[in-house]
Design a protein around this ligand. Structure first.
Ligand SMILES: [Zn+2]
Length: 145
């Protein structure tokens, strides 16, 4: 009788402990998730701020004068590929503000072909006329409309 009571009490205590641990674990988990979410949120906000300042820097550089993608990537400290992405966004936001991102088109260094109708910001790979790949880099500039 006494023995089984003792056993039952121990069992009860064991489950109470388990419940308690479960609760602690749950709270820790919630905190961990909140922390991760918060960290991700901070990182996201920082990235938005960084992107904004990079775009602002590019806009300032292009307002000063014509630059090509390599000059911009070196001045701002990002990859050339990222410069093109920023240029796309910049040209869109400038259109709303009433100024304009102009492109000095690439030119073939061999036959003089000018890529006048090219809408994309990236450098073309090859000249369609002579198949040569020695081309000038397109230059970008911001001009009021
Ligand atoms: Zn050519």
């Amino acid at each position: 009788m006494v023995k089984s009571d003792f056993f039952r009490n121990r069992q009860n205590c064991f489950f109470k402990c388990l419940e308690f641990l479960n609760l602690i674990f749950g709270i820790c988990l919630i905190f961990a998730i909140c922390d991760l979410k918060f960290a991700a949120f901070c990182r996201h906000q920082l990235m938005i701020i960084a992107m904004g300042t990079i775009r602002q820097q590019i806009i300032e550089l292009l307002t000063e004068g014509e630059k090509d993608a390599r000059e911009l990537s070196r001045a701002v400290g990002i990859k050339e590929k990222e410069v093109y992405e920023h240029l796309t966004h910049i040209s869109r936001s400038l259109a709303a503000k009433g100024s304009h991102l102009t492109i000095q088109p690439s030119e073939c260094l061999k036959c003089g072909y000018v890529f006048k109708d090219r809408r994309r910001f990236t450098r073309p790979g090859r000249c369609p006329r002579c198949r040569e790949s020695h081309l000038t880099s397109p230059g970008y500039r911001i001009a009021p409309k």
